[in-house]
Design a protein around this ligand. Sequence first.
Ligand code: APR
Ligand code: PHB
Length: 389
Amino acid sequence: MKTQVAIIGGGPSGLLLGQLLHKQGIDAVVLERKTRDYVLGRIRAGILETGLVDLMRRAGVSERMDRESFVHDGTVISSGDVQFEINFKELTGQHVVVYGQTELTRDLYDAREASGAQTVFNAENVQIHGADNDTPYVTYDVEGNQQRLDCDYVAGCDGFHGVSRKTIPETIRNDYEKVYPFGWLGILSETPPVHEELIYANSDRGFALCSMRNDNLSRYYIQCSLTDSPEDWSDEAFWDELKRRIPAEMADKLVTGPSIEKSIAPLRSFVTEPMRWGRLFLCGDAAHIVPPTGAKGLNTAASDIHYLFEGLRQFYSNGDATGLDTYSERALARIWKAERFSWWMTNLLHRFPEQSGFDLKMQRAEIEFLRSNREAQMVLAQNYVGLPY
Ligand code: APR
Ligand code: PHB
């Protein structure tokens, strides 16, 4: 089999790239290790920067998102019972969109199936060959039979645990990583959100986040120990702890209910450089991971896809490879700023085991400065709504 672009990974990065290429008349085949249902079974965050919304519109996959998403003009930050709003709209003229990333991925799958573009599910043992020469190809197994896909380029959209990043020789690749000493215990409940905007809560007991998917589906998180497991937390224990970490006026109006999903995610900052090796380009979680505090996971994948799509569009339309040759440098410039913001938000709002009394005073002073200084709020708002591509 032959294609122009072999896309490894059928998550949001791979699917968005595939849809943009299809709209441009560039052929791409998606090789996904799992099934569509398995991919859509993952619960993921729901904050979209307008850059990602624009890409979905350009890909022709925005009808349901435009119908069902919510515009949020700001967010609440709290520390104990002190709370204040960061008004993105007033500070930057921009907003963010709340729309479940699982739904965004579902929309992308529906669009890909409607387009007739090829997706191979249950593609096992994917291997990339010849990425460092002019005739790359990918091999993979389906039902135990090895297949070969010849291509011009390979887009590694296969996430943190994929094969693409590991294909770049360790003598060329530099990995940068920070692992945080806690996790996020998250639940989904069919209850109305406690507030019309998100609440990022700092407290002496640890971080909490109040988010939502729609007006009767709420998403809540509390910082937890890495030794915890979801089974350690009854719904009642979760709700009681959440109430202790958010302002009393919010706790008083919190509507609780049975969890329909409960899971723990570790927090990590990670970047690999470079994001290109010959004909192989890394995108999204294959190249970088952020702690979810800044809601930047998919939003940094989106700017990677923007840069790579523009480079491929330029090359296939007039042979100019400038966009491809500058991809890694341009993508990394924006990724490191998102890594900084996510690291900063995580340090601002979480309790760290080794924090001294002085460290706690510094954290509280940082939050108080943010509460009382418009320019500090402007900086947070500019990063949260998304820095320019
Ligand atoms: N071969 C084929 N497919 C693979 C392989 C492999 N060796 N390894 C992983 N995959 C598939 C996974 O099954 C998954 O569907 O690649 C896909 C990667 O998807 P994600 O991990 O969601 O990564 P990405 O598409 O970059 O999404 C980035 O989106 O959902 C948000 O916040 C989330 O940060 C994440 C962001
Ligand atoms: C979510 O809704 O899952 C969510 C929102 C904002 C974040 C992280 C997760 O920063």
